[in-house]
Ligand binder design. Structure first.
Ligand SMILES: [Zn+2]
Length: 284
């Protein structure tokens, strides 16, 4: 199940298992995943106050008192809550168009499993999923930790040498990530047009509030509801810039009817085979 995980994410889970055994827990709980992520995700630790990791350990010990250690040879299973965290991590990766699952995605999963010990501790440090997404996604690190084998061979061969950075809407992105996103957009021969963003009707699941554009769901009116203008925003397929009904640059983008690009990404990357081929220089 861990094929899509980066090396660091796999090590984080390995350490989580070790932590669980040291805490004498029969399952790998969310707090052990948190310790694993803290161990592997140095960038995260660097943003926390000095001594935070020691404090996290203390808080865990207070919330889930340690029992006699279990031999590390015992293959401890993942708890239900941790399973949900990993599913949420996969969902985060999906939502961001990442083919791999890294420590950042697991961290987001930990934050979103709101009743867990890990989320309580992270909230204590003032962390929110929204913040983490913003802070860590716009850096170069997230793609550089991706295992190369999740990328198609053509991509790997041509671009592995590049560590260039690209500035998009004030944020710094890894050029390899951007190139891959542009390549994905160019793959399908869609016709792109400049359009004012307008909300569209959507189907909303009554119980969860989750939105879908699969209108056939609306036939099940007990579970789903067709909401006029229920689709309220899209994200640029490259830089995640939000497109919604607005007078400014959020209100206009380019679309193929399915995906959206912000004006900056379209103008920078469209019709730039040199960029896709990797011969394009550093754009920061
Ligand atoms: Zn963009």
């Amino acid at each position: 199940m861990f094929e899509r995980y980066t090396e660091k994410a796999r090590r984080a889970i390995f350490f989580a298992r070790y932590e669980a055994s040291q805490f004498g827990s029969p399952f790998i709980e969310t707090e052990h995943l948190l310790l694993g992520v803290l161990r592997e995700y140095k960038r995260l630790v660097s943003t926390l106050p000095v001594g935070a990791v020691v404090l996290v350990r203390k808080q865990i010990a207070a919330l889930a008192p340690p029992r006699p250690a279990i031999a590390t040879s015992v293959d401890l299973p993942i708890s239900k809550a941790s399973g949900r965290v990993l599913a949420l991590a996969a969902e985060e990766a999906e939502g961001l168009g990442h083919r791999y699952i890294g420590c950042q995605h697991i961290l987001l999963g930990l934050l979103r499993e709101e009743d867990s010990i890990s989320a309580k501790i992270l909230r204590h440090f003032g962390a929110t999923a929204e913040q983490v997404r913003k802070k860590f996604w716009q850096t170069s690190e997230h793609e550089s930790s991706a295992p190369s084998r999740v990328l198609p061979p053509s991509y790997r061969g041509r671009h592995s040498r590049s560590t260039n950075l690209i500035k998009l809407r004030g944020a710094i992105w890894n050029a390899d990530y951007v190139r891959e996103a542009v390549r994905r957009c160019c793959e399908v021969k869609f016709h792109w047009t400049r359009t004012t963003w307008k909300p569209s009707d959507a189907v909303v699941e009554r119980k969860t509030g989750k939105i879908s554009l699969n209108f056939s769901l609306a036939e099940d009116s007990a579970e789903f509801e067709l909401v006029k203008d229920g689709w309220k925003k899209d994200l640029c397929a490259i830089c995640r810039w939000e497109l919604f009904e607005a007078e400014d640059d959020h209100g206009t983008g380019f679309t193929n009817g399915r995906d959206w690009l912000c004006t900056e990404c379209y103008e920078k990357f469209w019709d730039r085979p040199d960029f896709i081929a990797g011969s394009f220089g550093n754009m920061t």
